[in-house]
Design a protein around this ligand. Sequence first.
Ligand code: PRT
Ligand code: ZN
Length: 304
Amino acid sequence: MSPTAAPAARDRLRIAIQKSGRLSEPARALLASCGLSWRESRDKLFCYGETLPVDLLLVRDDDIPGLLADGVCDYGIVGRNVLEEQAAERAGGGKPQVSKEVRALGFGGCRLDIAVPDAWEWQGAASLQGKRIATSYPGLLAKWLAEQQVEASVVMLSGSVEIAPRLGQADVVCDLVSSGATLAANQLKPVETIMRSEAVLAGPVQAFTDARGELAHMLLRRLDGVLRLRDSRLLMFQAQRAEVPALLKLLPDAETPTMLQVDGADTLALQALCHGAMTWQRLEDLKRAGARGLMVLPVERMLA
Ligand code: PRT
Ligand code: ZN
């Protein structure tokens, strides 16, 4: 199919996820928490949706942007780094964008960094002038180099980028980093971040005109509920009426609390949905400000 052709009408939604790798388990768990379940096929490449007409394609992460562009799948869960690399390559080749990031999913976090040998004295992007940079992300790197007005040669490697300087294939690298341990083990240090990445839901630029439209709305509605609740907790406590304003200042991430009068006019019972992490430190701060009987409860589902 040509990239601009209207997608063929379908009444089931198809989502591509990584078959095996860093994103595959969290992607499945996220979709399962949206109420989806599947019948596994024998080849384990296609999983038929049981609870809803939403099927899974299990593929290599690098194939997901292409499958989206060809209309083979409707949504994909993929690292922003992979999606944006494809977008940069399409833009470089003068092709229109056919997919976009629909939601950031909060897992698979990493950075695409420039890393140089430990002994280098880094003096900004100009230090890269005329150098050879090994990367699996030539599109993103070329775009960044152009923005920095630096000319360097890009050495495309599909794996083991971090050993390229030791092998004499390149002077520096542009690679994904999470803990930084791999760079350190190869006597490299990160000096610039080209992009911050995490797993994203990628989808079509154009809205669906068939039955998939309604399914897509439902999926996104459920996904928003799940993402919103990920760090959310129901906080319950009692306090004297006069102390409530100071307590609410300690809860900037809380939705408007429900308040009930419990004991005469002065004692109130409060419950509030809080979206930030409810650490021991925060509970101790609340206690000091007058909260009594603090309780933190998990929230399983929410439908706004
Ligand atoms: O087989 P397939 O092609 O599907 O898998 P893959 O091997 O290409 O992908 P995979 O599973 O390694 O990564 C999938 C996605 O996870 C990436 O596209 C990123 O969006 C995300 N991600 C998050 C990472 C990392 N963190 C990460 N640390 N991808 C790769 N790494 C590499 C890093 O480059 C280094 O070599 O992991 C190594 C360890 O990193 P440190 O910094 O913790 O040492
Ligand atoms: Zn890959």
